[in-house]
Design a protein around this ligand. Structure first.
Ligand code: MRU
Length: 342
């Protein structure tokens, strides 16, 4: 199974997603600053995966005897939208406080924080496998689905969220075809989702986002499956830019629109999607790619990395705790109370 983040000997190893699919190269990060830069530049990306990388970044700080508070501050300033990053760092911080209160020495702290980061990674994989079963059961036999961005093993502790549902549905023999949105401007669909699907031999076709309406209208899409970076208490969901557009299109064409995410993506403290911070990235991601510039020099560009899909456009939210249906405020409140992680 693909696992994009590894930790060994006080070094965080990241499968460099900027270089896929051309090269399967690993980047070794031996300082908190290197992990933070890797998250900012998207060597590692995807909500759960950046949480896992940041958790190992804290373990790395402990192994080096660096300040844990400074490590957490630096790592939490890398990307604002995905709540999993902040959730994972809060969990590492709370474990650190417990250890401090118990008078643990530096070696014990380092070992315990490494164990906590490994637990976050393993639990994410387990949540993905549970969600995948719940989500696959929603699909009709012979389903043709459309997905956006990359929500696969590369974006998580393994298996994936929306792509995890697709993987499991394929293994169960209920999936016929995947339409893969290219996902401008960083091309996570074209570069990463197509790479994962090709490795598994799952039939797929790449399209530009602008083709999604026409493909839906042609009757070749039975469901849209997307991941999430943050889900507010209302069910409003932030995900990769272009997701909201797909939800509007799905509603127009009467196609179910499913969000798939582990509970670590739910931010029950946030009343609605209006309060979700949306990352704005370098306009040069829009005016070109890598060294190639296609817009005239000096062209102004707006580059929000995420958008918010209003809850009323979401047919169901598939989590490891079960499938949520509207009204989401009630469904989320009911599941948020009994057993918060940690
Ligand atoms: O900017 P990215 O590539 O980190 O954005 C990723 C997404 O928007 C994914 O859909 C989301 O994190 C869910 S992945 C399990």
């Amino acid at each position: 199974m693909i696992q994009p983040v590894r930790y060994a000997g006080g070094v965080v190893h990241l499968l460099d997603q900027r270089r896929l699919p051309a090269e399967e190269a690993w980047q070794a990060c031996s300082s908190v600053e290197e992990v933070a830069r890797a998250i900012e530049t998207m060597a590692v990306r995807g909500a759960p995966a950046i949480g896992i990388a940041a958790a190992y970044g804290v373990a790395l700080a402990a192994a080096r005897g660096d300040s844990i508070a400074a490590a957490i501050r630096r790592l939490s300033a890398t990307r604002p939208t995905a709540v999993n990053l902040h959730w994972a760092l809060a969990r590492m911080e709370s474990r650190y406080r417990q250890l401090q209160a118990a008078g643990a020495g530096p070696r014990e702290v380092a070992a315990a924080l490494e164990a906590e980061a490994r637990a976050i990674q393993q639990e994410d994989l387990a949540m993905n496998l549970r969600m995948a079963e719940h989500g696959a059961a929603l699909l009709p036999a012979g389903a043709r689905v459309l997905t956006h961005c990359n929500t696969g093993a590369l974006a998580t502790g393994g298996h994936g969220t929306a792509l995890g549902v697709i993987r499991t549905a394929w293994q169960q023999g209920r999936l016929r075809h995947v339409w893969v949105d290219e996902t401008r401007p960083v091309l996570q669909g074209a570069r990463l989702t197509a790479w994962e699907l090709q490795k598994e031999g799952i039939p797929h076709t790449l399209i530009v986002e602008g083709a999604a309406a026409a493909v839906m209208r042609s009757g070749q899409v039975d469901a849209v499956l997307v991941g999430a970076d943050r889900i507010a208490a209302s069910g409003d969901t932030a995900n990769k830019i272009g997701t909201y557009m797909l939800a509007v299109l799905a509603r127009h064409h009467g196609i179910p629109f499913y969000v798939v995410a582990p509970w670590s993506t739910v931010d029950a403290a946030l009343p609605s999607g209006d309060a979700i911070p949306i990352e704005e990235r370098d306009p040069r991601e829009v005016t070109g790619y890598g060294d190639v510039r296609w817009a005239p020099e000096g062209t102004p560009a707006f580059n929000p990395a995420f958008d918010v899909t209003p809850a009323e456009l979401i047919t169901a939210i598939v989590t490891d705790r079960g499938v949520l249906r509207p009204p989401y405020r009630d469904a989320i409140a009911a599941l948020a109370v009994p057993d918060e992680p940690g």
